[in-house]
Design a protein around this ligand. Structure first.
Ligand SMILES: Cc1cc2nc3c(=O)[nH]c(=O)nc-3n(C[C@H](O)[C@H](O)[C@H](O)COP(=O)(O)OP(=O)(O)OC[C@H]3O[C@@H](n4cnc5c(N)ncnc54)[C@H](O)[C@@H]3O)c2cc1C
Length: 341
């Protein structure tokens, strides 16, 4: 029986993703602070070999569910396998990385095992044997610390918060857990994957830099004309040369739904802010952007922030950026692209 269980899944090639290894680092830390029996449960392709690859993480036991049915993500089979891992381990505290696969099945596993569950955990503290966690509420504006008496307690850990676990592979103490799946549980199958071309993929969570484009790119410029075509070329050129991820203000992506000419490669998926996302990157550059939400909320987790705006009185750029360039973004980005070439 374990007190602490870390639930993981492998990728289709049997490896662990960076987000999963970050959760391994968190569990290793919590396990040592709790000084309690720590186990790892793994589902997915080549789960046994994957267990060996993290055998040095401090876990005493590795529960492994190996089945063709778990080679790829599917709610019904994943939920059943994870529920079985929780039951068999007897763990009272269950950690899991918030990958799309586990985020989807963990609430179902919580319902089946009578566990409480909290999501978007960014920090775990252990004091006097008591565990408390931190998460943001109200679109990353309020950071709360909370604890629960309820057990089992499942915690989904946000990615990008910790360094990934690193350590030597070895021979893990594995227990193969057998889970039978009915035909109904296996009926959803992946027939193929359609993904955008690399150039079209503008959202890059692992990029060092986030480029936040505002609606200014689509406004009349100093010559009294619109330059939306030029804006598209400049922004895409910058993204490509700097390997940056693209964020947008709400106003810019909303233009599309209003039928106005705008940047074709931009969608609501790019929107950052209160009603958008709050990605984590080392650096951020906003250009032609005035809004509070992109500057105050959207890039809250960006470490070093700079803005380009023609308006020296742009309060949000002034208030929330470390450096503001009072300049025409068309000229600046053109020059930067030339330098990067
Ligand atoms: C409930 C609610 C939720 C919201 N959620 C979000 C959200 O999640 N994300 C979000 O972004 N917004 C959100 N908004 C909208 C937000 O309040 C702003 O309206 C929006 O962010 C403004 O977008 P913008 O800065 O791109 O455009 P604008 O306000 O039009 O600013 C354009 C800027 O471009 C500058 N500019 C123009 N040309 C140039 C040039 N050549 N070089 C340099 N600078 C130039 C101008 O000086 C100006 O500062 C929300 C609003 C509400 C009410």
């Amino acid at each position: 029986m374990a007190d602490l269980l870390l639930v993981l899944h492998t990728e289709s090639d049997g490896s662990f993703s960076k987000g999963v290894l970050e959760a391994v680092a968190t569990a290793t830390d919590v396990g040592s602070k709790l000084s309690s029996a720590f186990a790892v449960g793994i589902i997915g392709a080549d789960a046994s070999a994957a267990a060996d690859s993290i055998s040095g993480c401090g876990a005493e036991k590795f529960y492994v569910v190996e089945s063709d049915a778990l080679a790829s993500s599917r709610y019904s089979s994943d939920t059943k396998a994870v529920s079985e891992l929780i039951r068999i381990s007897g763990a009272q505290l269950i950690l899991a990385p918030a990958t799309s696969r586990l985020t989807r099945c963990m609430p179902g596993a919580a319902a089946r095992t009578g566990a409480a569950i909290d999501t978007h955990i960014v920090a775990l503290n252990v004091e006097g044997g008591k565990v408390s966690v931190q998460r943001w509420y109200y679109r990353q504006r309020i950071l709360t610390t909370l604890s629960r008496e309820a057990r089992p307690w499942i915690l989904l850990l946000d990615g990008g918060v910790n360094d990934a676990w690193q350590g030597a592979a070895g021979c893990a103490d594995k227990e193969l857990v057998s889970v039978e799946f009915t035909d109904t549980e296996k009926r959803t199958v992946i027939k193929g994957v359609e993904s955008p071309t690399v150039d079209a993929q503008t959202i890059r969570p692992d990029a060092a830099m986030l480029f936040v484009a505002g609606a200014g790119w689509t406004k009349k410029q100093a010559d009294g004309e619109f330059h939306i075509g030029d804006a598209g070329v400049l922004i895409q050129g910058f993204l490509c040369k700097a390997s940056a991820s693209l964020g947008s203000s709400k106003s810019l992506v909303d233009l599309q739904t209003e039928g106005q000419e705008t940047l074709s490669f931009m969608s609501h998926m790019n929107q950052v802010g209160q009603t958008g996302s709050t990605p984590r990157h080392a650096k951020g550059l906003s250009a032609c952007c005035h809004g509070e939400e992109p500057h105050a909320v959207g890039w809250r987790f960006i470490n070093e922030r700079r803005a380009i705006n023609t308006d020296a009185n742009c309060g949000w750029a002034q208030g929330k950026a470390d450096v503001v360039y009072i300049a025409d973004a068309f000229e600046v980005i053109e020059k930067v692209n030339a330098l990067l070439s």
